[in-house]
Design a binder for this molecule. Structure first.
Ligand SMILES: *[C@@H]1O[C@H](CO)[C@@H](O)[C@H](O)[C@H]1NC(C)=O
Ligand SMILES: *[C@@H]1O[C@H](CO)[C@@H](O)[C@H](O)[C@H]1NC(C)=O
Length: 449
């Protein structure tokens, strides 16, 4: 991009530099012309016209080659003109062309991203600035993590295969010198020099991870091996985004990190649950055997902007149903409980964990507990919707209760969630309202086409 803009401005700059002095010189000559005989004056004007046409055709000759339509057209018109008005028109034409060049130059620079407005990033020197790889960096959590690390002044490489991640989640950083977006699947090895690796790559919502269970298992096993191998080679610290799903349908409540879980190895969720359990085992094995620096975050339910609209999660489902005035559907009797953390809290926790010295698993979640039914009601109230709440049959292996014990996070990394569920929900509802509005506009446009 940068190269093209340089050559672009050179291309447009050089004829301008050539033409301006000649133009100034010629007009001076004309003004300085003494009131000699009319015939002589006509002759001079005629000669000047020829010179100007020559200058115009050589200076702007590239325009025909580059098929810049409007310029080519003006040149043709110029050539057709003749008579005593020609001089005046010629000068007008030249200044119009100069204006056009100026605006073309501006639009070229703009498309080259030189005028893109980035969020402010903190200045860091070589010593405190880290190179950080975020796998799944264009995803829901990954993109929020990228935002925070970028604003903090680090160099960030976001890796994504775009299965559930989206370019638009990070497009506001594309072109920033500290940022790199890489289209890559962690199932294949990836080599890069980095200080830290946040390994977030994996589909994380049931419909997404159940869509291709074999791929989900590969991502969590091969992908984790690849990232641990990379961490070993470049001596980076690697943080695994594990999950509360490793506790399965828990018999201990709330779940501390010491609880081993209650997981069905052959259920519909096993591709994800067992994938993450193996990933944790891999982390510990690489730590013990290869001395890789590891961090394990067990992430509980998280919500916020950039969640997928239709990924079947409770929060997004309820909010969308409420906004659209459709019935809010609960699977089961609604007495199963959930606790939800806002994505900004989670990102703070991930960074605090990475920069701590604690290598055992840490729960990151909000222990504020609600039944699904209470949750549906809170969302309906916040949206000011009239949707009714309807119950449907329970889903297989849907855990009845899940709530983190976050004592370890508080003691070992000094973290606890700060954003209340209501505040988080308000922000998320605003995001979904916006998205639904955009989709509406898009579908209207498509209809017109
Ligand atoms: C880990 O960090 C804490 C303070 O953040 C410190 O008290 C503790 O000694 C450190 N432990 C090790 C093993 O370095
Ligand atoms: C949370 O876990 C800690 C140990 O990590 C334990 O002392 C505490 O009682 C637990 N809290 C609850 C509410 O179960």
């Amino acid at each position: 991009m940068r190269r093209s803009s340089e050559s672009g401005s050179g291309l447009l700059g050089s004829p301008r530099r050539k033409s301006s002095p000649s133009r100034g010189h010629i007009s001076e000559m004309l003004h300085a012309l003494p009131h000699t005989s009319a015939g002589f004056r006509c002759l001079v004007i005629f000669l000047v016209c020829i010179i100007l046409v020559y200058i115009a055709s050589t200076s702007f000759g590239f325009s025909t080659k580059n098929s810049m339509g409007s310029m080519a057209r003006s040149k043709v018109q110029d050539n057709e003109e003749s008579g005593p008005d020609a001089m005046y028109h010629m000068r007008q034409r030249i200044s119009t062309l100069e204006d056009e060049l100026e605006s073309l130059k501006h639009s070229l620079l703009a498309t080259a991203g030189e005028t893109k407005n980035f969020d402010d990033v903190k200045y860091r020197n070589e010593e405190t600035r880290k190179r950080i790889l975020v796998t799944g960096g264009a995803g829901f959590v990954g993109s929020h993590l990228v935002d925070k690390l970028m604003r903090d002044g680090h160099e960030v490489i976001a890796l994504d295969n775009y299965f559930t991640g989206r370019r638009k989640n990070v497009e506001h950083w594309i072109g920033h010198p500290n940022f790199e977006l890489v289209h890559h699947d962690v199932v294949m090895p990836y080599f890069v020099e980095v200080d830290q690796i946040y390994h977030l790559a994996s589909p994380a919502s049931p419909p997404h991870y159940m869509y291709n269970p074999v791929k989900t298992i590969k991502t969590n096993t091969l992908g984790t091996i690849n990232m641990l191998g990379l961490a070993k080679r470049v001596k980076a610290t690697v943080l695994l985004a594990s999950t509360s799903e490793i506790y399965g349908d828990p018999e201990v409540h709330p779940q501390p990190e010491t609880y081993w879980g209650h997981v069905n190895t052959i259920g519909p969720r096993s591709c994800y649950d067992e994938g993450k359990r193996v990933a944790e085992s891999l982390m510990v094995a690489y730590n013990k055997q290869e001395k890789v620096n590891i961090r394990i975050a067990r992430i509980f339910n998280t919500f916020g902007s950039r969640m997928h609209m239709n990924d079947g999660r409770v929060v997004s489902n309820f909010i969308i149903q409420a906004i659209q005035g459709k019935p809010i559907t609960i699977y089961g009797n609604g007495e199963q409980t959930r606790s939800f953390q806002y994505v900004d809290d989670l990102v703070d926790g991930l960074i605090a964990l990475m920069n701590s010295n604690y290598s055992m698993p840490v729960n990151l979640g909000n222990p504020e507990e609600y039944t699904i039914k209470q949750f549906a009601e809170v969302i309906r109230d916040l949206v000011e919707s009239k949707s009714e709440i309807v119950m449907k049959d329970a889903v297989e292996d849907d855990p009845k209760q899940r709530k983190p014990n976050i004592t370890v996070a508080a003691q070992k990394i000094g973290w606890k969630p700060k954003i209340s569920m209501r505040d988080g929900l308000m922000k998320t509802i605003d995001y979904f309202r916006d998205e639904i509005q955009k989709n509406k506009k898009r579908s209207i446009r498509d209809d017109e086409i």
